[in-house]
Design a protein around this ligand. Structure first.
Ligand code: MRU
Length: 353
């Protein structure tokens, strides 16, 4: 892969590819403060559930480091108070992807653990850095494991439809749904991908096509409303998508439009697979009804690349995600193996292990 999604450089600058500009421009931005990382998540310079989680972890490290210079921070107690404010701020950047809260909680837990260790603040901040890099490294490892399990579901010659971008760009690297495709290709299976354009933010048209072409994996772009026809014509063997949050009963929140793809897949007897790390599963919620759905600026709907396409003052709504009920999900591919219905049971089992 000739690109990377994000990294924490040795000089403590977070560098990330600007996903709003792809594929027309390949530009990396440099972020030096936790506020800049927050803005990058909110404005979707970086997006995709696992990538948001990793970014938040790096952002918290930058925030923690800045506290070392704050005159108000003298001891663990004053550090802790300010750090938790930064953590709450980071958490509020986007509501649906549970990986953001998961990463923030993981760093918060580390800070709380240090309370009894009497370590100096510099050592504590160094530990936060180490933990954030660990979250980054683990994410790539997890994606590769998911790929290994998921590839077994894809046969040589399969044409696979995907929605949004659940690739290297949505993670620290390799990808969830696209990671499974990468793994199948690396096993010498001939896999071709059909990418939904994914209006309004066009993650499919702009990002999925770009990153697959970078890797030489055959991809065909379709308008979102073409999936049904293609399925009926027999041109699609499987659907594979990522997820932003999975409830403990297997309901899946993912990019807006995923639900209709899942219903179409069931209607046409096509398996609908979800690839997601365990950090995307929210075992604290019973069903998808409890998942907060982000609403974004309607300008994303009434305009394309800043050019208005709808009448002035037209009413518009812009939900960024939808929930696919578990009955449409054929399997959930995780780093610990493939889960099948009954998801209430299979999800509970995998967390018990
Ligand atoms: O709004 P986005 O681009 O952050 O939404 C991303 C998705 O919906 C992805 O499919 C999901 O995060 C899985 S990424 C591995």
């Amino acid at each position: 892969m000739a690109f990377y999604t994000l990294k924490l450089r040795d000089d403590d600058v977070v560098e990330m590819i600007d996903q709003r500009k792809l594929p027309l421009e390949v530009i990396y931005v440099e972020l030096k403060t936790y506020k800049e990382v927050y803005d990058a998540i909110k404005d979707m310079i970086v997006r995709g559930a696992p990538a948001i989680g990793v970014s938040a972890a790096f952002g918290l490290y930058l925030g923690a480091k800045s506290l070392l210079e704050s005159p108000e921070v003298k001891d663990y107690k004053s550090f802790n108070k300010k750090f938790f404010d930064i953590a709450d701020f980071m958490f509020s950047a986007r509501p649906t992807a549970v990986n953001l809260g998961w990463a923030v909680d993981r760093i918060k837990k580390l800070v709380l653990n240090e309370e009894n260790n009497n370590s100096d603040l510099k050592t504590l901040v160094a530990r936060i850095r180490k933990e954030s890099v660990k979250i980054y490294d683990e994410d790539i490892e997890i994606n590769k494991n998911m790929g290994k399990y998921g590839a077994a579901l894809l046969k040589d010659g399969y044409s696979v439809l995907t929605h949004c971008n659940a690739g290297a760009l949505a993670t620290a690297g390799y990808g969830t749904a696209l990671g499974v495709i990468r793994a199948a290709v690396s096993e010498n299976k001939k896999i071709s991908v059909i990418s939904d354009e994914t209006r309004p933010f066009l993650q499919g048209a702009r990002l999925t096509t770009w990153e697959l072409m970078e890797d030489g994996i055959p991809v065909t772009l379709i308008a979102d409303n073409s999936a049904g026809l293609l399925m009926r014509k027999g041109g699609i063997n499987a659907v594979i998508v990522g997820a932003d949050r999975i409830a403990s009963n297997g309901d899946v929140a993912n990019k807006i439009g995923t639900y209709q793809v899942a219903v179409l897949a069931k209607e046409n007897n096509i398996p609908f697979y979800v690839a997601a790390p365990l950090s995307t599963i929210d075992i604290d919620i019973k069903s998808g009804d409890e998942i907060p759905i982000e609403e974004r600026d309607v300008n994303e709907v009434v305009s394309v690349f800043g050019k208005r396409i709808a009448p002035e003052n037209v009413k518009a709504v812009n939900y960024a995600f939808d929930v696919t009920p578990n009955k449409y999900v054929s399997a959930i591919i995780t780093e610990k193996g493939v889960l099948y219905p009954d998801y209430k049971k299979s999800i509970a089992d995998v967390f018990r292990k």
